[in-house]
Design a protein around this ligand. Structure first.
Ligand code: PLP
Length: 397
């Protein structure tokens, strides 16, 4: 079949591949510890579900404006102002079908052939492929494990060329959990503005940060929306991954372009999901600190457990619900190595220990594994036992 060049430039998300392998195991009745998922293990809060039911009962089931209902655009701006200190107006806001869709659309309207897009590595798997699909060239910006992986302005400056059009920052980061400190973010913003670079900031994990970090948006320092694209999502903060609601905050002209694209592609995000989102943003947020407290407990335990595992080096992430340990001591061609690379180690963990993790290679970081602790404390304990069992056997061999 003759498919287009643009579809042949991208691949199926490798995290989805792990999810499928884990699902296959589970369907065969295997007792799997699943550290794969990138989504909260908590249900959507009741008051949000009730708002969706009410919207259904009131027949809010028709097309809405392509860019989302105005009350929701207003609520996003008000929420972002209250929670993160920005000052966007509704004409600078569009509602998208999740954060991924928001990034896809913003990149589609800003990036074309010949443009470079700077992406800090390790990166979320979708960033490079979304850029490639738009015709752009992803350019890697390194972050360092010994520094805890936060992006540094100096590293951005090193990677800049005259063809650079955009920098994508994701803080807290999937997969490392790294948080860019506010003063570093300020330097990054100043550099982008000086060099005429769009700064796309993916804030999907903004509210999952551990003390002393606080929820933060660079938009609070920006003064205006010039050169800035803020991407947010209700998926993680409100445990609403399946509802598919995200948003973009950016200069009005860019928002109009995204609305034009949506008017010819998805049209509006699902109407009832928009009403649920409205309740999420306007209603009580007590579920968020409860989830965060539970993630904090698991993070402490998983970091401690991995650090006690032979041949594993694990930093303490500042946010999100992932740890990203270095397992390179177990890899290579030496006789006592457990596996050739992180892909093989992930397969081994699945087959022999019945633990699902995502290999670092998928995030541009060979030698690492991404472990999601969006699963119960019991499963965290069991997973740690199984990983330690496999790796300790290797050490002893
Ligand atoms: N950005 C990052 C860094 C993510 O990890 C994810 C989801 O895993 C998203 C964006 C997109 O989330 P959604 O499309 O569910 O809003």
């Amino acid at each position: 079949m003759q498919l287009t060049d643009r579809i042949n430039r991208i691949q199926v998300s490798p995290t989805m591949a792990v999810l499928s392998a884990a699902e296959r195991c589970k369907s065969q009745g295997v007792d799997l510890v699943d550290f794969g998922p990138g989504e909260p293990d908590f249900p959507t809060p009741e008051h949000i579900k009730r708002a969706a039911i009410k919207a259904l009962e009131e027949n809010c089931t028709k097309y809405t404006a392509s860019g989302g209902i105005l009350p929701l655009r207003e609520a996003v701006c008000a929420w972002h102002r209250r929670e993160l200190g920005s000052s966007f107006e509704p004409k600078e806001c569009v509602i998208n079908v999740g954060g991924k869709h928001a990034i896809f659309n913003a990149v589609s309207v800003l990036v074309q052939s010949g443009d470079e897009v700077l992406i800090p590595a390790p990166y979320w798997v979708s960033f490079p492929d979304i850029v490639k699909y738009a015709g752009g060239t992803p350019v890697r910006v390194n972050t360092l494990p010994q520094d805890g992986f936060p992006l540094r302005a100096a590293a951005v400056e090193k990677a800049l060329t005259p063809r650079a059009k955009m920098l994508i920052v994701n803080s807290p980061c999937n997969p490392t959990g790294a948080v860019v400190p506010p003063e570093e973010f300020e330097r990054i913003l100043a550099l982008c503005r000086k060099r005429g670079l769009w700064l796309l900031t993916d804030e999907c994990y903004s509210h999952f940060v551990y003390p002393p970090n606080q929820p933060f948006s660079v938009a609070a320092l920006a003064g205006s929306s010039e050169g800035l694209v803020v991407i947010g999502s209700l998926s993680k903060t409100f445990a609403m991954t399946g509802w598919r609601v995200g948003y973009t905050l950016a200069p009005a002209a860019l928002i109009e372009a995204v609305i034009k694209l949506q008017s010819q592609s998805t049209s509006n995000p699902t109407s009832i999901a928009q009403y649920a989102a409205l309740e999420a943003l306007r209603g009580p947020m007590d579920s968020v600190p409860l989830m965060l407290a539970e993630y904090a407990r698991r993070r402490r335990r998983i970091v401690e457990g991995l650090r006690a595992t032979p041949g594993v080096a694990c930093g303490e992430p500042g946010g999100a619900f992932y740890v990203f340990p270095d397992v390179s001591a177990h890899l290579g061609s030496a006789k006592n190595a457990l596996a050739k690379n992180d892909n093989d180690l992930a397969s081994l963990l699945l087959e022999k220990a019945r633990v699902a993790v995502v290999p670092g290679e998928a995030f541009g970081a060979p030698g690492f594994l991404r472990i999601s602790y969006a699963t119960s404390m019991d499963r965290v304990e069991e997973g740690l036992r199984r990983i330690a069992g496999l790796l300790a056997r290797a050490e002893a061999a």
